[in-house]
Design a protein around this ligand. Structure first.
Ligand SMILES: [Zn+2]
Length: 95
């Protein structure tokens, strides 16, 4: 199976399975992986929900900021979920 480095998270991803199609790219696939694209799209939707009539230039800067915040939020949520799993993995002691 072929892999490729994602342009955003820099993780190695399965290629082409983990990359959405894009007719604008020379190889027909996006440069960022599906997970990053989902995060980006969610963040973009959030921007437009919050400020529907912002100026174009301002949207782009804010978009980048909100994408970073969204990535941090997802990472923090994953970490919290991971921590919650730890007690389950503790061995049950019977003494
Ligand atoms: Zn990625």
């Amino acid at each position: 199976m072929s892999t490729r480095i994602c342009g955003r998270c820099l993780n190695e991803r399965a290629y082409p399975d983990d990359f959405y199609r894009s007719s604008r790219m020379p190889d027909g696939r996006m440069a960022i992986c599906k997970e990053c694209e989902k995060t980006r799209v969610r963040a973009v939707h959030r921007v437009y929900q919050q400020k529907p009539r912002r100026k174009r230039g301002a949207v782009e800067r804010t978009e980048e900021q909100i994408i970073r915040d969204e990535e941090k939020r997802v990472a923090a949520a994953n970490e919290r979920a991971f921590k919650k799993l730890i007690p389950i993995e503790w061995p049950a002691r019977k003494t």
